[in-house]
Design a protein around this ligand. Sequence first.
Ligand SMILES: [Cu+2]
Ligand SMILES: [Zn+2]
Length: 188
Amino acid sequence: MTISKTRLFGALSALLLSSMVVRAADMMPMTPAMPMAAPVKAAVVLLIPTAGNSVTGTVRFTQIDGGVRVVADVSGLKQGVHGFHIHEFGDITAADGMSAGGHLNPGHAKHGAPDAAERHEGDLGNLTADANGHATLNYIDTVITLNGPTSIIGRGVVVHADADDLKSQPVGNAGKRVATGVIGVAKS
Ligand SMILES: [Cu+2]
Ligand SMILES: [Zn+2]
């Protein structure tokens, strides 16, 4: 009788303990508690010339319904068409801009035009400079985003010496890098 009572008590204790362990585990959050950052609504880039060039400018990215508005204002270009991309890295330390890496391409897609069915996330197309070497661009991009795992924040922007033909793989044959910049969070 005493033995069986002890056994019963032991079994009940074990059951109670195990249920408490399960409950404690249930209450553990799935991910560590982190302060929630507000979504990024705008970003800005200051373009700095690579060695031997004098291309400068700014690019602004603003999150709107249905996409991101891209507004670029670039000076010091040769008249004509120049490839314009978001590259993988916001590392603009190399004098020739090569530290920015290749095109931002989290979806492992082929290079293409900004409005193509298949493109790199970073494929923003071209800038067209006038006789004064000044180029502006203002359009809504439906692929890039300022938030989430494919956010462009912290990535690089590159302006090229030549035109992006929007089809040659992997980078549109746009030639050397004449200006680079890093995409940073902006107030608006
Ligand atoms: Cu590029
Ligand atoms: Zn590309």
